[in-house]
Structures are given as structure tokens and as C-alpha cells.
Design a protein around this ligand. Structure first.
Ligand code: URP
Ligand code: ZN
Ligand code: ZN
Length: 464
């Protein structure tokens, strides 16, 4: 492959912003400095007036995921293509261990879902539903395969929820194998009682999804998850944190020096519980867990991102079409498939509402959306960095490009956008994955199946 030289850019990393050229040799970055001369045969990309940032890393996606009798609308082909358009060059998706089966079966199933489809690189977390007799050995086996993180659910009794014994055993095993436990922290037992009461009272509309999952149920579970991790002497990562109450638990733990980490998502930063009251059942478009919160929570989450009480912004992309999937819960909000689309719009939204509106710096934007997920999930410095030796996963970012988010133009295979009509300033102009230009403006130049499985290292950033 010919060398590629990105000239005249402003290179932005988590650490610094500087004028520099970036020389790419094959799939890797060779050199980063001002004044690199182009040599004969080099492909030169003029990036004057543009930022070059490390490709986005979305550490929380659900492509081709079975849920509630249906399957998420994007598979690895459409989902990774949409991700690429938005400047995301790596994802970490979730394989799900079916109860009573081995984790390797789930890993094989998810590898099959991804191979020949993924257009960008992908890693996998493993969702543990059952430790059984061989679960702890299975965890070690997964770590050897590069599945360096596990998700456990404290919600969805009888489906995905595991008890505290399982959680504590899994956490304790990570002391030996260096993996990271990711917790879906909501007290599912309490929520189920509140849900049953609501249904008995005839409360079936989408808004009751939010009203039956109070922030205190999230905070309680976050508190318990962190306490269990502390007793086991290991780090823990809280996924899709949605509320001020839950954030306070993470902040207090971190203030005590406990290695607790957490992510939030654009929907919790920008949308509120009011969305679930949209007429004509449209509130169902915003049904996911944890639910959207009253808007007073939003500034607290932004402060959390700024002050490092929250470390990552991911999407929890889990799209279900309104017309034929969300509708399954027309008469009962508990039957609405839980999840929303977002894989394509994360960088646009966080750049505009975070950087442009002065809530976070440009470097923090890069840190939250790329560098820290790479570190925490064992991909750094191969991913999430612009330095010699790193993969040439790069985004040429036009900070002044106006863009209107809409279902009419997005590439996700879902019939609505949670951010319909949102106007942002800043978008990916060109996207490179391991040195290959896969998006150029509105053109997709990548190919399904070119994405590689990322074998992630244990004892990543959360352990340091
Ligand atoms: O509602 C959601 N978040 N769906 C995806 C599964 C999960 O809990 O992350
Ligand atoms: Zn979850
Ligand atoms: Zn999720």
C-alpha cells in the first residue's frame, strides 16, 4: 500500500492540540510532525483548516442483538457502516451467553455475526447470565481470546439479571484474570414490583417505563456494585449511567480512591423523560434502560464529564424500528423492545453540545470518545492515539461543517432518529481505518468484512 500523508492539519489528541502532518505507512501511523515532505507515490490528503482526531471508539453497541422476541435493526454491516460515517472506527459490542451454555458458544455466535460484515474493527464484551459449574474457567478462556470485559445485569429478573453471589464471584475472578466487569446497575427486583403495580392500575403507556424505574433504583445498584467491587479488590465500570443520583455514588467512591469508572451516553445528556410523553405512541422511540430522566439531571452529567467523575461517552446503540418493533408494546410498555439508535451521531452531538457550547474542551472530547475507552478496554495505544506505531484510525474533522441529524439522511437501518432535526456544527469529513479511507464526505469507500476482530488486553487502564 502506498504511504498516505495528511498535510496541514491541526492534530488533536487527549493531551494536546498542535499543527502537524501525519504520515501513514500501511495500516499504521509512521510519523507525526510539522513539515513532513511528500515523497513520490505518496497519497496526499490536504487537511488545512481541519482537525485530525483519533477515530472514535464506541465501547457500547448492540448489533444484531436478540431482545424481547425481536432483533436489533442494525447488523454488523449496516451498524458499522453508519458508525464510520459518524467518525467511529472501532466498536465494542456484546456477545450474550445464553443461560446453561458455555461462553465460547456465544463468542462463536457473535464472531459469525460480525465476520464478512463489519466495516470497522470490533471487540466483544461477554454478557454473563450464568456462571454454572464452569463459568469462572470460561471467563479466563474469554480473556485469552481478547474478551477482556464482562457485562452483568442487576436488572431484568428471569431474563438477564444475576444475583449478588454471581456478581461477587465474577468480580473476584477478575482479580486473577485482569478483566473488567461492566455493570448494568438498576435494582431489577424493586423495579419489577413497581412495574407490576403500574400494570395492575392500567398504566400501560411508554411514560410508565420511566416512572417505574426511579433514579434511586439506579443509585442503589451503583452503590452495591461498587461496594462489591471494593470488597473483591477490583475495578468496576458502570455502563449507561443516566442520573445525578447514580453519578453521586460514582463520584463519592472515586473521591475515596476506589477504581470505579462510568460511561454515559448522548441521550442522557441531551434528552429528557418528557420525550416518553410524545403522542401517538411515539414515546416508545425513547424507551431504553435506564430510562431518560427529568432534564435537571443533564447539567450534572455534563459536569461529571468535565470533572472526570464520568470517563467515557458511548452510545448503547440498540435500534428497533418504530413501525414493526417498538409497536410490540402498544398496549403494554413492558413489551416495547428496549433500546435506541445512536451509533452514527455520537461525535457530532458531543462535539457540538460539549465543545461548541463550552462544556468540555476539544481534548476532553477526544479523551471521552476515543482515548479513554481505548485505555479502559485494553486497546491503547493501538487505538485511541495519534502517535507512531498506532493504527491509522483517523478522522479528518471539519469543526465548521453544519449538519442536520435526520432519519432522511442517516445510515442506520432504523426508521427514526432520536435526535431528529438537531442542528450541529462539526462533522467527519474523511474517515480512515487502518490507513484506508473508508468515508469521504457522503461516499462510503469501505467494504463489509474488512473490519478486524480486536483482541483486547487484560489489565487495561482501569487497573492502573
Ligand atoms: O435499553 C437498552 N439499554 N438496551 C440495550 C441493553 C442494555 O441494557 O444495554
Ligand atoms: Zn444495560
Ligand atoms: Zn447496552
Amino acid at each position: 500500500m502506498a504511504n498516505t500523508l495528511i498535510q496541514g492539519a491541526t492534530v488533536v489528541t487527549a493531551q494536546e492540540t498542535r499543527a502537524a502532518d501525519v504520515l501513514i505507512e500501511g495500516e499504521r501511523i509512521k510519523e507525526v510532525r510539522a513539515g513532513i515532505p511528500a515523497r513520490a507515490g505518496d497519497k496526499v490528503i490536504d487537511a488545512k483548516g481541519m482537525y485530525v482526531i483519533p477515530g472514535g471508539i464506541d465501547a457500547h453497541t448492540h448489533l444484531d442483538m436478540p431482545f424481547g422476541g425481536t432483533t436489533s435493526a442494525d447488523d454488523f454491516e449496516s451498524g458499522t457502516r453508519a458508525a464510520a460515517f459518524g467518525g467511529t472506527t472501532s466498536i465494542v459490542d456484546f456477545a450474550i451467553q445464553a443461560r446453561g451454555t458455555r461462553m465460547r458458544d456465544a463468542l462463536d455466535t457473535w464472531w459469525k455475526k460480525a465476520e464478512r460484515k463489519a466495516a470497522i474493527d470490533y471487540g466483544l464484551h461477554m454478557i454473563i447470565t450464568d456462571l454454572g459449574a464452569s463459568g469462572l474457567e470460561d471467563m479466563d478462556d474469554m480473556v485469552r481470546e481478547g474478551v477482556a470485559s464482562f457485562k452483568l445485569f442487576m436488572a431484568y429478573p428471569n431474563v438477564l439479571m444475576v444475583d449478588d453471589t454471581t456478581i461477587f464471584k465474577a468480580l473476584s475472578q477478575t482479580a486473577k484474570n485482569g478483566a473488567l466487569v461492566c455493570m448494568h446497575a438498576e435494582n431489577g427486583s424493586i423495579i419489577d414490583v413497581i412495574v407490576a403495580r403500574a400494570l395492575a392500575e392500567g398504566k400501560t403507556a411508554p411514560i410508565y417505563h420511566a416512572l417505574t424505574r426511579p433514579p434511586r433504583a439506579e443509585a442503589e445498584a451503583v452503590h452495591r456494585a461498587i461496594a462489591m467491587a471494593e470488597i473483591a479488590g477490583v475495578p468496576v465500570y458502570i455502563v449507561h449511567l443516566s442520573s445525578e443520583d447514580a453519578l453521586k455514588e460514582v463520584r463519592e467512591a472515586r473521591d475515596r480512591g476506589v477504581p470505579a469508572f462510568a460511561e454515559t451516553c448522548p441521550q442522557y445528556l441531551l434528552l429528557s423523560q418528557d420525550e416518553l410523553e410524545r403522542p401517538n405512541f411515539e414515546g416508545a422511540k425513547y424507551v431504553f434502560t435506564p430510562p431518560l430522566r427529568p432534564k435537571e439531571h443533564q447539567p450534572k452529567l455534563w459536569e461529571g464529564l468535565k470533572n472526570d467523575h464520568l470517563q467515557v461517552v458511548s452510545t448503547d446503540h440498540c435500534p428497533f424500528c418504530f413501525k414493526d418493533q417498538k409497536i410490540l408494546g402498544k398496549d403494554d410498555f413492558t413489551k416495547i423492545p428496549n433500546g435506541g439508535p445512536g451509533i452514527e451521531n455520537r461525535l457530532q452531538l458531543i462535539h457540538h453540545h460539549g465543545v461548541n457550547l463550552g462544556k468540555i474542551t476539544l481534548n476532553r472530547f477526544v479523551e471521552l470518545t476515543s482515548t479513554t475507552p481505548a485505555r479502559i478496554f485494553g486497546m491503547y495505544p493501538k487505538k485511541g492515539e495519534i502517535a507512531p506505531g498506532s493504527d491509522a484510525d483517523l478522522v479528518i474533522w471539519d469543526a465548521n461543517a453544519p449538519y442536520t441529524i435526520s432519519v432522511k439522511t442517516h445510515h442506520m437501518k432504523v426508521d427514526y432518529s432520536m435526535f431528529e432535526g438537531y442542528e450541529v456544527l462539526g462533522n467527519a469529513r474523511m474517515v480512515l481505518s487502518r490507513g484506508e479511507v473508508i468515508v469521504d464526505g457522503q461516499k462510503f469507500l469501505g467494504a463489509s468484512g474488512r473490519g478486524n476482530y480486536i483482541k483486547r488486553a487484560a489489565r487495561g487502564g482501569a487497573w492502573k
